[in-house]
Design a protein around this ligand. Structure first.
Ligand code: TGC
Ligand code: FAD
Length: 390
C-alpha cells in the first residue's frame, strides 16, 4: 500500500509544463515520505500532525499562488491544483489545512488587506510560523452565511467583537483567524483576530468520524477588542468571503482527484493480487466494471480540473464553473472510495489501507465549502436565472 502510481489515462502530462511536473513530483515524493507513513496513526488518534507544517511550507502548499514578495510561491493555478491533488492523495485533512491557510487566510489578506497587513502576516503564514483559520460558518448559519449574527461595534480606537463560529478547520491551534462579522449597519467585514486577544477562545470539536487528522473547533468572541488596523479594508459584503471560497473550492476540485487516485490505485493493485475461485478478482467482470468506471471518472475529473485551471490562470473562471467542478469531483471521489472499499472486501475496512479513511474524510469534503446540494443550486441558478435557494 505504500507504493503509488498516478493514473494518466489520457496523457494529460503532455499538457503540463516541466515546472508543473516538477512541482507535482516534489509534492508527491514529500507526501509519500512524510505524510503517508504517519497519517493513519494521526487519524486513529484524532490528532493533526503538526510535525508536517514545515514540509507543507517547503513544497509551496502555503500560498502557492501568492506573490513571492509576500513569501508565497508565486506559482500559477494549475500548480496550486497539482499540489492540492498530491496532498489529498495522502489525506483530505492535511489538504484542508493547506486550503485554509492558502485560500481562506492568505488570499483575503493579500486581496482585501492593507500593505501593512500583507507585510505583517503573509510571510509568516507562508513559512508556517503562523497558522491561520477562517471563520464564516456559525451554529445557526451554515449554507446561509449571509444570516450570520457575529458582530462588531466601533468603539473609537478599537472594534468590539462578539459572537461564535463553529466547524472551523485549524481553530484549536491557529495563531490568527480571518473572521467575518457584521458592523452596526449589518455589512459583512473581515477582521484579523490574533491568538492572545482577551475574550477570544478556540475550543476543539471532538468525536468526529471524518477528517480526524485535521483539527476542527469553534471561534468564540466575548467582547474581544480588535485593533482598527486589523479590519480588512479593501472589500466588504458577502462577496468578500465568497471570493475566498472560489479559490478554496478550486483547490478542492483538484484535491478530490488525489483521494480518488489513491483509492483506485490501491483497489487495482489489490484486485490483481487477490485470488478467489482460483483467479485474481481483477479477472471477474464485476470487479472490472468497478475499476473501469473509476478510471473513466478520474479521467473526466482531471480534464474538468485542468480546463478550469487554464480558465483560472486567465482570470476567466466563473464561480458557477468552480462550483460544478467542486461538486462533480468530490462526488466522483466519494463514489470511487465506496467502490474501492468493496473491492478490498474485509481488508477494506482496516487502517492497513487508506480507502476507508479517504471515504470518511470525503463525507466532510462533500459538505464543507458549500454542500453538494448548494453547488447544484448554484448551477441551477446559473443556467435558469431562477434562484431556488430561498
Ligand atoms: P448572494 O445574494 O447570491 O450573493 C451575495 C453577494 O456575493 C456575491 N457572490 C460571490 N462573490 C464572489 N464569489 C462567489 N462565489 C460569489 N457568489 C456570490 C454576489 O454577487 C453578491 O454580491 P453583491 O455585491 O450583489 O452583494 O448570496 P446568498 O445569501 O443568496 O447565498 C448564496 C450561496 C448560498 C450560494 C452562498 O451563500 C454559499 O455559497 N453558501 C455555502 C456556504 C459555504 O460554502 N460555506 C463555506 C464555509 S468555509 C469552509 O467550509 C471551509 S472548509 C475548510 C477546508 O477546506 O478544510
Ligand atoms: P446546513 O446549512 O444546515 O445544511 C444541512 C442540509 O440542508 C445540507 O444537506 C444542505 O445541502 C441542505 N440545505 C441547506 N440549505 C438548502 C437549500 N436552500 N436548499 C436545499 N437544501 C439545502 N466553515 C468555516 O467557516 N470555516 C472552516 O474552516 C470550516 N471547516 C469545516 C470543517 C469540517 C470538518 C466541516 C464538517 C465543516 C467545516 N466548515 C467550515 C463548515 C461548512 O462549511 C458547513 O458545514 C457547510 O457550509 C454546511 O453548513 P451546515 O453544516 O450548517 O449545514
Amino acid at each position: 500500500p505504500d507504493l503509488f502510481e498516478a493514473p494518466d489515462y489520457y496523457n494529460l502530462d503532455d499538457l503540463l509544463t516541466e515546472e508543473h511536473k516538477l512541482i507535482r513530483d516534489t509534492a508527491r515524493a514529500w507526501v509519500k515520505r512524510d505524510v503517508s507513513p504517519i497519517i493513519e496513526d494521526a487519524a486513529q488518534k484524532a490528532e493533526f500532525p503538526k510535525s508536517i507544517i514545515p514540509g507543507l511550507a517547503e513544497i509551496g502548499a502555503f500560498g502557492p499562488y501568492i506573490p513571492e514578495e509576500y513569501g508565497g510561491a508565486g506559482l500559477d493555478q494549475i500548480s496550486y491544483g497539482l499540489i492540492m491533488q498530491e496532498i489529498e492523495r495522502g489525506d483530505s485533512g492535511v489538504r484542508s489545512t493547506a486550503s485554509v491557510q492558502s485560500s481562506l487566510v492568505m488570499y483575503p489578506i493579500w486581496k482585501y488587506g492593507s500593505e501593512e497587513q500583507r507585510k505583517k502576516f503573509l510571510p509568516k503564514l507562508a513559512s508556517g510560523e503562523f497558522m491561520g483559520s477562517f471563520g464564516l460558518t456559525e451554529p445557526d448559519h451554515g449554507s446561509n452565511p449571509g444570516g450570520m449574527v457575529t458582530n462588531f461595534k466601533d468603539k473609537g480606537d478599537h472594534y468590539l467583537l462578539n459572537g461564535a463560529k463553529l466547524w472551523i478547520s485549524n481553530s484549536p491551534f491557529c495563531d490568527v483567524a480571518v473572521v467575518w462579522a457584521k458592523n452596526e449597519e449589518g455589512r459583512i467585514h473581515g477582521l484579523i483576530v490574533e491568538r492572545g486577544m482577551e475574550g477570544f477562545s478556540t475550543p476543539e470539536t471532538h468525536n468526529k468520524w471524518s477528517l480526524r487528522a485535521s483539527a476542527t473547533g469553534e471561534l468564540i468572541f466575548q467582547d474581544v477588542k480588535v485593533p482598527k488596523e486589523n479590519l480588512l479594508p479593501n472589500k466588504s459584503g458577502l462577496g468578500a468571503p465568497l471570493g475566498c471560497l472560489d479559490s478554496a473550492r478550486f483547490g478542492i476540485a483538484w484535491g478530490a482527484i488525489g483521494a480518488a487516485m489513491d483509492c483506485y490505485d490501491t483497489a487495482l493493485r489489490y484486485a490483481k493480487e487477490r485470488i478467489q475461485f482460483g483467479k485474481p478478482i481483477a479477472a471477474f467482470q464485476l470487479q472490472q466494471k468497478k475499476l473501469a468506471e473509476m478510471i473513466t471518472e478520474i479521467t473526466k475529473a482531471q480534464l474538468l480540473a485542468l480546463r478550469l485551471g487554464q480558465l483560472k490562470n486567465e482570470d476567466r473562471a466563473t464561480s458557477a464553473q468552480i462550483s460544478m467542478a467542486k461538486r462533480n469531483n468530490v462526488d466522483m471521489a466519494i463514489k470511487i472510495a465506496r467502490e474501492a472499499r468493496q473491492i478490498l472486501g474485509g481488508m477494506g475496512i482496516t487502517g492497513e489501507y487508506s480507502i476507508m479513511r479517504h471515504m470518511m474524510n470525503l463525507e466532510s469534503v462533500i459538505t464543507y465549502e458549500g454542500t453538494h446540494d448548494i453547488h447544484l443550486l448554484i448551477t441551477g441558478l446559473d443556467i435558469t436565472g431562477e434562484n431556488a435557494f430561498k
